[in-house]
Design a protein around this ligand. Structure first.
Ligand code: NDP
Length: 342
């Protein structure tokens, strides 16, 4: 059996050396205390985990050193305890949940959601970590709650070829907006335009500055809705190009996650929030858990209608978890980064 442990805290850029893949004991037969034996099938690696590597108070506690990392997974129930309360789970069931990075483990059933595999229609169950999971929910719910996307409005999405960004762009397009984006390679820009509904996407690494990139696609138009995945200098340049009464959805700020405190970017165009009467909405998607079942239904409908794309970068083997995570910060993924064939 194997586990991926967090063994040190990064200063600056995270590295695979902050993790260790270790041999651990096979789980015992499941017991009443941990009555569901599981084998992980897909592991999600996500940018927010960088925050958990810091020893700092946040909305989610830090990873403990020398202990397994943890996050969203799809897992198969291998066995259940005869005398345990398993919330209806039985051997063979597929579940999603947040679990430690231990390949085979005994767990409690609370927090595990049984999956009706029929909803996948034969598609990979990794979708439950992507478009039909937290990724899709992160894109859809704040757009629905905080903005009124409609024909005639201009939307901009940073991280356009990433997991959340590719879905956010497609959702805004499906609702009628003109949608622009930024991404870190020409290939990603082309994919976002061809498959994710973006009208134009610029490569933020090859333009002179975020502002120049924005001007090249906006052609004088102002932004009504900004879906922000990156923060930092891009957010600052967008603040200078927002329309009056525009809406900014603050999803993430990945450009800042590996920075030391003294390197964090300070906004220069902050006053535009006031002068242009902007609405700025931060959110943590898991705070809306009671809305997930219905929202996943809406996402499934959009997927079936061809309105949102399925984009995945799949790494193979449980040992690949650290590198897959670190590669998020190098832009190695298109769409959702998943580790499969564990
Ligand atoms: P992505 O699939 O978008 O993967 C990360 C991508 O970020 C990379 O592929 C890379 O794309 C880009 N990136 C990496 N470093 C930088 C940088 N320095 N500057 C700009 N872009 C960079 O991840 P997710 O879709 O899972 O997450 C996107 C954002 O959403 C993150 O900020 C994340 O923290 C946030 N999030 C927030 C949630 C919430 O509840 N608020 C829930 C889930 C995610 P490129 O090649 O284009 O640079």
């Amino acid at each position: 059996n194997k586990a991926v442990h967090v063994i040190s805290r990064p200063e600056g850029m995270v590295s695979v050396d902050n993790f260790a893949v270790v041999e651990v004991d096979e789980p015992t037969a499941p017991t009443a205390e941990a009555p569901v034996q599981l084998k992980l099938e897909h592991v999600s690696v996500d940018p927010y985990m960088r925050g958990r590597m810091r020893d700092a108070k946040s909305y989610i506690p830090p990873f403990a050193l020398g202990e397994p990392g943890a996050g969203g997974v799809v897992a198969r129930v291998v066995a259940v305890a005869d005398d345990g309360e398993t919330a209806g789970l039985a051997a063979g069931d597929l579940v999603v949940g947040m679990l430690p990075w231990v390949l085979r483990q005994n767990a409690r059933p609370d927090g595990l959601t049984k999956v009706d595999e029929a909803v996948l229609g034969g598609a990979s169950s990794s979708l439950l970590l992507g478009v039909l999971g937290l990724t899709g929910l992160t894109a859809l719910l704040p757009i629905e709650k905080f903005s009124q996307p409609e024909a005639g409005k201009v939307a901009f999405v940073s991280g356009a070829a990433g997991a959340v960004g590719s879905v956010a762009g497609a959702v805004l397009k499906a609702k009628g907006c003109t949608v622009y984006g930024s991404a870190g390679s020409d290939e990603k820009c082309a994919i976002a335009q061809a498959d994710c509904g973006f009208d134009a996407v610029f490569n933020y690494k090859t333009v002179g500055s975020p502002g120049e990139g924005l001007d090249s696609v906006l052609d004088g138009k102002a932004i009504d809705i900004y879906y922000d995945n990156v923060g930092g200098e891009m957010l600052d340049a967008v603040l200078a190009r927002m329309a009056p009464n525009g809406v900014i959805i603050c999803c993430g700020a990945i450009s800042q996650y590996n920075k030391k405190p003294e390197e964090l970017y300070g906004l220069k165009n902050y006053f535009n929030i006031i002068g242009r009467s902007l609405s700025v909405h931060g959110f943590i998607v898991t705070n809306w858990a009671n809305e997930f079942p219905a929202a996943i239904g809406r996402l499934a409908g959009m997927l079936q209608a061809g309105q949102i794309p399925v984009k995945e970068t799949v790494r193979e083997g449980f040992e690949s978890v650290p590198a897959a995570f670190v590669d998020l910060f190098k832009g190695a993924n298109v769409g959702k980064m998943i580790v499969s064939k564990l």
